[in-house]
Design a protein around this ligand. Structure first.
Ligand code: AMP
Ligand code: ZN
Length: 436
């Protein structure tokens, strides 16, 4: 196979030069971080007063970790390191309510991010001749605009279709000869099922590739999508704290995701001790952003579980490859690509007087999509002969939840005391989706 590079020099840079580049960028990131109240305090406690204190990449270990909780505390501008009038865009994490985590970009930041997405897309063999349908949510979520700009940068014809509405997606695919799509793996499976249902003939569709990410999926799922749709599927990993898509991406060798190490430093640590794990082992991925000025984030605990492959990739790229992300170290659920913490549900339902004390969150597969059901007990005398108020209550809970978690849940009301009570730590989440 012949491999194509978007930026051959950078993508195949030898390790020593790559690390020298990382050191230069890390110093610049630290300099920016020191302009924010949060990092000024954190870094000075760690004895880092200026970027001069970072003498080698080994000094990274002196920098304290940053968590999502830290980012929330800094809302809204605690992590902004440049004058506000230099900022041209913001994005926020998809599943947060109340206090979101917000990332700001200046013009060079957007340019750099776009470069990493373009590089990722190109690594899968796409060219400017491709027609790219971006079947993912636009808006505060980074997957929409991130891929949109990256696709344009490659020179592809980009169709900003957004997610959902499969019939419209088929129409766009047929009308404009879409060759590449971006979606969550569950939406791709849904698309295939709908194609069968609607009798859309495969020959009418020119699709050759898909970028699938935003949620964990197994190698078997990849193979299934590839066989059913007769396309190549490439794993795409990113998170809003590190800009969004274009952090790590599979090349045509399809064996692990190249972490773009001129933009991000990756470490794998033991989530309990926070010590580095031996090379090649699994642990929590910690990322430092080297390519953004407006919102520097150092040693961010992603909570994602992965590890590095140790052998080189046949494509010739020198950037290390991450293994497929298998899960998380916290309780965050990803439901059809949307992030959700159980506490967000609790916050909403517990603020409603008619809701009792016990509740259970159930996640299942319905067809190929994820389905969220919230079972709650009602406060004591809500169950009366007249069921109308209960219907109204159910609807109110559903609407209130949907407005705050961006997922449409099914609501089940139960009599007080009827949901199972666990003896120890309450089990609030039943994730019944098949693993792997
Ligand atoms: P967000 O900040 O809303 O973009 O969500 C980022 C999170 O989505 C990551 O921390 C992962 O948990 C998850 N995620 C994104 N891409 C993938 C992927 N390819 N495989 C597994 N999980 C992913
Ligand atoms: Zn490769």
């Amino acid at each position: 196979m012949t491999y194509q590079y978007w930026n051959q020099e950078m993508e195949t840079l030898n390790r020593a030069d790559l690390e020298a580049f990382q050191l230069k960028q890390l110093r610049s990131a630290v300099a920016h971080a020191l302009r924010t109240p949060f990092y000024r305090e954190r870094l000075s406690k760690a004895g880092i007063q200026s970027e001069e204190d970072i003498k080698s990449l080994a000094d990274l270990a002196r920098i304290p970790f940053t968590t999502k909780g830290d980012l929330r505390l800094g809302f809204p501008y605690g992590f902004l390191s440049i004058p506000k009038d230099e900022v041209i865009r913001l994005h926020a994490s998809s599943g947060t309510t109340g206090t979101p985590t917000t990332i700001y970009f200046n013009r060079p930041d957007i340019r750099r991010w776009t470069g990493f997405v373009a590089r990722s897309i190109y690594a899968t063999g796409c060219t400017k001749a491709d027609v790219f349908q971006n079947m993912i949510t636009y808006g505060l979520f980074t997957g929409g605009l991130g891929f949109h700009f990256g696709g344009e940068e490659v020179g592809m014809l980009v169709i900003p279709s957004g997610s959902g509405n499969t019939n419209r997606q088929f129409k766009l695919m047929q009308d404009f000869g879409t060759t590449v799509v971006h979606a969550t793996p569950s939406f791709l499976l849904h698309v295939e099922a709908k194609m069968q249902e609607e009798g859309v003939r495969r020959e009418r569709i020119k699709l050759t590739r898909a970028f699938a990410g935003a949620e964990p999926y197994s190698e078997d799922t990849r193979k299934r999508i590839e066989e059913l749709l007769r396309i190549d599927v490439y794993n795409s990993y990113g998170l809003s704290e590190m800009n969004g898509p274009g952090v790590a991406f599979e090349c045509q060798a399809k064996n692990g995701l190249h972490l773009w190490e001129d933009g991000y430093i990756g470490e794998i640590v033991n989530p309990d001790t926070l010590e580095p794990v031996p090379e090649g082992e699994t642990g929590e991925l910690v990322l430092t952003c080297l390519c953004r000025e407006a919102t520097p984030i150092l040693r961010y605990r992603t909570r994602d579980l992965s590890g590095f492959y140790t052998e080189p990739c046949p494509c010739g790229r020198t950037h290390r490859r991450l293994r497929r992300i298998t899960g998380r170290t916290d309780d965050m659920l990803i439901i059809n690509g949307v992030n959700l913490f159980p506490s967000q549900i609790e916050e909403v339902i517990m603020s409603m007087q008619e809701v009792g004390n016990n509740y259970l969150i159930v996640v299942e597969k319905e067809g190929v999509l994820d389905r969220l059901t919230v079972k709650t007990e009602v406060a004591q005398d809500s169950f009366r002969d007249d069921t109308r108020p209960l219907h109204a209550l159910k609807e109110r809970i559903r609407k209130t939840l949907q407005a705050s978690i961006f997922i449409n849940p099914r609501i089940e009301l139960h009599e007080r005391g009827s949901l199972p009570v666990s003896e120890g730590k309450a089990t609030r989440v039943l994730d019944q989706r098949p693993r792997g």
